[in-house]
Design a protein around this ligand. Sequence first.
Ligand code: NAD
Length: 459
Amino acid sequence: MAPFTTPEEAQAAHQTLHKTFKSGRTKSIAWRKWQLKQMWWMVSDNEKAIAAALHTDLNRHDFETYFFDIGAVKNDILVHLDSVEKWAADEIPDAGFLFATLGRARIRKEPLGVALVLSPWNFPVALILEPLMAAISAGCCVMIKPSEISVASQDLMSEMIPKYLDSSAIRVVTGGPKETTLILEQRFDQIFYTGSANIAKIIQKAAAKNLTPTVLELGGQGPAIVTPSADIDLSAKRILYSKFLNGGQICLAANHVYVDPSVQDEFVERIGYHLREFLKNDRTDDMSRIISDRNFERVAGLLEGTQGKVVHGGKQDKATRYIQPTVITDVTMQDSLMSEEIFGPLLPIVKADYKKACELTQTLEHPLAIYIFSNNEKEIEEILANTQSGGVTINDIMFHAGVPNAPFGGVGGSGTGAYHGKYGFETFTHKRTVVRIPFWFEYFLGFRYPPYSAKHVSK
Ligand code: NAD
């Protein structure tokens, strides 16, 4: 592991970024496109190194890395390259003849300035590059602080980014909570944070000192709700898959399932079948490991405390931080498994029809995602109307996060602000209204000045 950035180095980097932003260089579309292209090549040239780093950090299988990190990021960079000019163009407000036509009112899209991007360990490449491409598109300078827990990815990002991207405008700094606390004492124009809600409160408090706006991309206890009208076999397979991917360490995994009592037995049986298929011949290499001993203890502790019944999975190996996808039935809302976001491969099942599931969902913080498994329009609409969440995928998992140019973010306890495509550009952009009032307008505007004594006001 490379040594952490010293406070002096971080301060110098911060000054450089401010100086560069002031120079106006990053505002040109040419600079933005150049950096986006460089970013694309950076990912392309280093696909193997990225896959290796994620394997070291998480035992992530290359298939998942190519699909979710490399492929998705490269594709999203192309969307930004293709659209940045259009997004950055002035907008004419729907302001009527006086302002829009005579006053030439327009909304300029201006970069917010120097942004700080703080990222988590579970997708330690994609969750740096996604906000970074949005910040570049907007014309911002960026300081990036990768998670110190995913060490191989942190080291790779620190090595790769200065080789490909403009170091006077984009800097990687490294550190844990102590170093980050010092970094947060500097003034930024935007803080883009992805991580847990507890740390988000610390970030927001630090940001408040400088009135810095924050985007908080958090997680939560997002449920899957399965009704009898759903395809039970496919619902079971897709929900289980969300606990398999990255070892269930995904903000978008289904945290738990509410299953209608009439289909619970079938659902549990199908999950068992698909689990055996996923782990055929006791293959464990396809599955990511828990990131750290600390998290292993946390997830194992949640399972140990359950009053529910483990019906599938349950194998653990502390030495390799392996936890098999584990399905637990007879779980109540008071269970240890429901005490926090699981962020691991445990799947508690709570017996509840969809109406009860809505009520129970409302007792927790608004989650990042809700998954509705139903083929009945009335049920779907009722669930949508009676819950709140960052996003929703119906009859599958996570897809809403991949809809091009649609906002991805949380609400309430799962975060504030959103990004992806155009919404990412907007997140790092200030919309500045400009209107030009011609001097000859005085003919119409001259009436407004004091003294008011001679003015007639109808009452
Ligand atoms: P975390 O909050 O522990 O860490 C995130 C970042 O904050 C890291 O860079 C870390 O170094 C920094 N940090 C940690 N402690 C700090 C402190 N005391 N002061 C200042 N900075 C500090 O989060 P994590 O454990 O890496 O990630 C897991 C969480 O992130 C889960 O809750 C998950 O749902 C959420 N998440 C959300 C999304 C999303 O897109 N909404 C994506 C991935 C993860």
